[in-house]
Design a protein around this ligand. Structure first.
Ligand SMILES: [Zn+2]
Length: 69
């Protein structure tokens, strides 16, 4: 038996908008282990800056980037 897990092309992630706290569902392209992306909130249309990291096991963690300047 193989324990290999082949990551799918895209990964579904759920975040909360830092502006209105609406749940935002978006797709992550897992082709890159580390990427930064911007998703618009579906409710308030504010840009949410995301820092997406995948570890050696293919586990994806999404960090919100504060934009506070
Ligand atoms: Zn929002």
């Amino acid at each position: 038996m193989s324990d290999d897990v082949i990551p799918t092309i895209s990964h579904r992630a759920v975040m909360h908008c830092p502006y209105c706290w609406q749940r935002v569902v978006f797709m992550i392209d897992v082709a890159y282990p580390h990427q930064e992306m911007v998703e618009d909130c579906s409710k308030c249309c504010s840009p949410i800056y995301l820092d997406v990291r995948m570890d050696d096991e293919g586990k994806i963690t999404v960090y919100e980037q504060g934009e506070d300047d």
